[in-house]
Design a binder for this molecule. Structure first.
Ligand SMILES: Nc1ncnc2c1ncn2[C@@H]1O[C@H](COP(=O)(O)OP(=O)(O)O)[C@@H](O)[C@H]1O
Ligand SMILES: [Mg+2]
Length: 243
């Protein structure tokens, strides 16, 4: 479904060039979940934005559904670190933004998605009246509203307290199982990667190259955080990052 081949991403040119990603190749299957983890500043966002069609790779190719990525695509949703809500719009208006910006969904609204995410009673509130966790859920509702087949996430839960973070990780897992989108999660949080990635790609320091790929076959099982398999994966990831 997503095919990344020898992708290199640079900023600037000539003597001032900063190489963010170097020769990364990845195949991500339909409905698969993949976590990308690596040190701060290594090039994770640059790689994800290249998949989202927001950065152009200087070399290599990226295809989604066998079509080269040349810009943002309607079947691809992106969730960023802060939910990106507009403070002067209500919850419902914020959740409807992706639908509004796309001519393909003339009569669709995010109403049902908001209900499903437990936000039905706050539809007419403004972002400032919501908890951090609720704001993130509005961002998730916006991303889900267009029924994407690919969900790209760039540290979507950074700066949340642990329990809120885990609750939304549980929600991501449930939504991934229910909607069967292909999930690509960028994070620097080892436990988050182990909880949500069927495979976890560990990246090197900048420029990001693939250091190792850890497979996580028990991901998604009941109460996974409390299992020995989970702790083993967390240990493997920690070791890979430190090496
Ligand atoms: N617009 C830019 N111009 C120049 N350098 C950039 C730009 N954006 C990011 N970089 C550099 O590219 C590297 C990778 O950035 P990024 O992909 O945001 O890393 P990460 O998401 O892993 O923290 C960083 O060292 C950063 O300084
Ligand atoms: Mg980043």
């Amino acid at each position: 479904m997503i095919c990344v081949r020898d992708v290199t991403v640079d900023y600037g040119r000539g003597a001032n060039v900063v190489r963010a990603v170097e020769d990364v190749s990845l195949d991500i299957g339909r409905g698969e979940s993949l976590a990308l983890i690596g040190p701060s500043g290594c090039g994770k966002t640059s790689l994800l934005f290249a998949m989202a069609g927001l950065h152009r790779a200087v070399s290599g190719t990226i295809e989604i559904d066998e079509l080269p990525v040349q810009g943002p695509r309607k079947e691809v949703a992106l969730i960023l670190q802060n939910a990106g809500l507009l403070p002067w719009k209500t919850v419902l208006q914020n959740a409807n933004l992706s639908l509004l910006l796309n001519k393909d969904y003339p009569n669709k609204t995010a109403d049902a998605v908001l209900e499903n995410l437990g936000l039905g009673s706050v539809k007419s509130r403004f972002p400032a009246e919501l908890s951090e966790g609720m704001k993130r859920r509005v961002g998730i509702a916006r991303a889900l509203s267009t029924s994407p087949s690919v969900m790209l996430m760039d540290e979507p839960l950074a700066s949340l307290d642990t329990l809120t973070k885990e609750r939304i990780q549980d929600l991501f897992l449930e939504l991934w199982k229910q909607h069967e989108f292909c999930l690509v999660l960028v994070t620097h949080d080892i436990e988050e990667a182990a909880f949500l990635g069927q495979r976890v790609v560990v990246l090197t320091e900048r420029p990001a190259r693939i250091k190792t790929i850890v497979s996580n076959p028990h991901m998604g099982e009941l109460d996974y955080r409390r299992t020995e398999s989970f702790m083993t994966i967390v240990g493997q990831l920690r070791k890979a990052l430190e090496e």
